[in-house]
Design a binder for this molecule. Structure first.
Ligand code: AHR
Length: 494
């Protein structure tokens, strides 16, 4: 099979916002306890954070980490997680039927984020709580005033404000599973009023309003319109969430799910612009795809987990090689929409539907999906270039004209490094690429890294952590994308 990939130096999509390489840590399962935090672990640092985990997180160069939920946040009292650890309450955590010890809270998490070279993207509880607690939390985190919550932070040992810039106004408030879910009208009103008081405390913060929980929600569209009609002037981003699955065990269809992500993004952006026009606003609402991933493997196991335990093994999906290929396609799709998607969070980061897995008290390893995320985060910064790909297409399920090759080129921040990301969706045919890099004639290929595996269902485990891991290909004049492969081709100026 052959493909012609064309891009031009002067045909750019947008500057890439680094925050599209964000991730997510929720108080859920073993993400926090036994994941990022385990004071008795041999690698634990002075604050109880696992350094083996931190090392892998740092490799991913995650600029923001959403916290503390997810569904968890809709029942969370942030005050439970600050101050003297021995006095923190043990609580029934209703979103995941677990016990929350509150050993880790915002004080600890912002410290962990610093150690991970990252920043916190904080969610406030708009389920059981509302504007009052949200504005108090902004004061606690960001204020320098001589007032109660800022002083409480000082009392807890933090003289300087945490300076948290990015905030989510609740989580998936349309979902019937959400603690105290809301109608679009109810949420639109509370999001507007909460945003107002939060920005009164700190006008420099940026706010993300909840879009629908996923594209198949019954009120999708109407929810976005109503929420934005209320909150447009006060918010900066609208959230999108979507998880992909291969329940049907139909790999060609599964690998085409990035086309659905692309449509979802474009339709949501169109709704934002519709309300912009309606309001005659000068402001553009950008998108925060703050939950995305493959999620379906753990369903059966999760039903057997004992209720009301501390850090139960929930949502521990073991990712296959084919999941990594789709994650590669989804990353390319986020890059293709870099003009509208300014924030994205791979959900989640450790143990819970995550690229990084741990054994409590034991080892840490990278799952298959770790690698495309790593490559995109390291090489996919700078500018996204409009990239055309002429290649054969196929049909699967209700999707037609699925290109066998999914690809995008980016120009690095140094202006001298080009990266071509490409997934070959064909399960049986390699693809020879004709690369037309217009305006980059003096560039040559310096490396070609690939993720390839004969077995679509191969996984990495504690015992065999490298079953699916990247290989360096020899570099010649021709580029060949192996059948079912993720590829990162780097070119530099001569
Ligand atoms: O990431 C797991 C869960 O998925 C989150 O808590 C929720 O927001 C979503 O439904």
């Amino acid at each position: 099979m052959k493909a012609k990939i064309t891009f031009r130096k002067d045909n750019i999509i947008s500057k890439i916002d680094d925050r599209i390489y964000g991730s997510f840590i929720e108080h859920l399962g073993r993400a926090v306890y036994g994941g990022i935090y385990e004071p008795t672990h041999p690698t634990a640092d002075d604050q109880g954070f696992r350094q083996d985990v931190l090392e892998l997180v740092k490799q991913l160069r995650v600029p923001i980490v959403r916290y503390p939920g997810g569904n968890f946040v809709s029942g969370y009292n942030w005050e439970d997680g600050i101050g003297d650890k021995s006095r923190r309450p043990r609580k029934m955590e209703l979103a995941w039927s677990s016990i929350e010890t509150n050993e880790v809270g915002i004080d600890e998490f912002q410290e962990w984020a610093k150690r991970a070279d990252s920043a916190v993207m904080m969610a406030v509880n708009l389920g059981t709580r509302g504007p009052d607690e949200a504005r108090n939390l902004v004061e606690y985190c960001n204020s320098e005033t001589d007032t109660y919550y800022a002083n409480l932070r000082r009392q807890n040992g933090f003289e300087n404000p945490f300076g948290i810039k990015l905030w989510c106004l609740g989580n998936e408030m349309d979902g019937p599973w959400q603690i105290c879910s809301k109608t679009p009208e109810e949420y639109g009103r509370v999001a507007y009023e909460t945003a107002k008081v939060m920005k009164m405390v700190d006008p420099t913060i940026e706010l993300v309003a909840c879009g629908s929980s996923n594209v198949n929600m019954p009120l999708w569209g109407e929810w976005e319109r109503t929420v934005l009609r209320h909150a447009y002037d006060q918010v900066d981003y609208l959230s999108l969430h979507n998880y992909y699955n291969n329940h049907a065990n139909d790999t060609p269809l599964f690998l085409a799910q990035s086309l659905n992500m692309d449509r979802f993004i474009k339709k949501t952006a169109a709704i934002c612009d519709e309300i912009k026009a309606e309001k005659r606003s000068k402001k553009t609402i950008h998108l925060s795809f703050d939950e995305w991933n493959v999620w379906f493997h753990s369903g059966e196991k999760d039903r057997k987990v004992k209720r009301w335990s501390v850090a139960p093994p929930l949502l521990e999906d073991e990712y296959t090689f084919e999941d990594a290929l789709l994650v590669g396609c989804l990353l390319i799709t986020l890059l293709k929409n870099a003009d509208r998607v300014k924030i994205a969070c791979l959900a989640q980061l450790v143990n819970v539907i995550a690229p990084i897995m741990t054994e409590t008290g034991g080892s840490v390893w990278a799952q298959t999906i770790f690698y495309p995320f790593l490559h995109a985060s390291v090489h996919g910064r700078g500018t996204a270039l409009a990239t055309e790909c002429e290649c054969e297409t196929y049909s699967a399920g209700d999707l037609a004209e699925i290109p066998y090759v999914e690809t995008i080129a980016t120009l690095g921040e140094d202006g001298e490094t080009l990266t071509v990301f490409a997934v070959n969706r064909s399960l049986c045919e390699a693809c020879t690429v004709d690369l037309c890099a217009e305006g980059f004639e003096d560039y040559r290929i310096v490396s070609h890294t690939a993720l390839e595996c004969d077995d679509l269902k191969a996984i990495n485990t504690a015992e065999h952590p490298d079953t699916v891991s990247p290989v360096e290909k020899s570099v010649g004049n021709a580029i060949e994308l192996a059948a079912k492969s993720w590829n990162v081709i780097v070119l530099r100026k001569n």
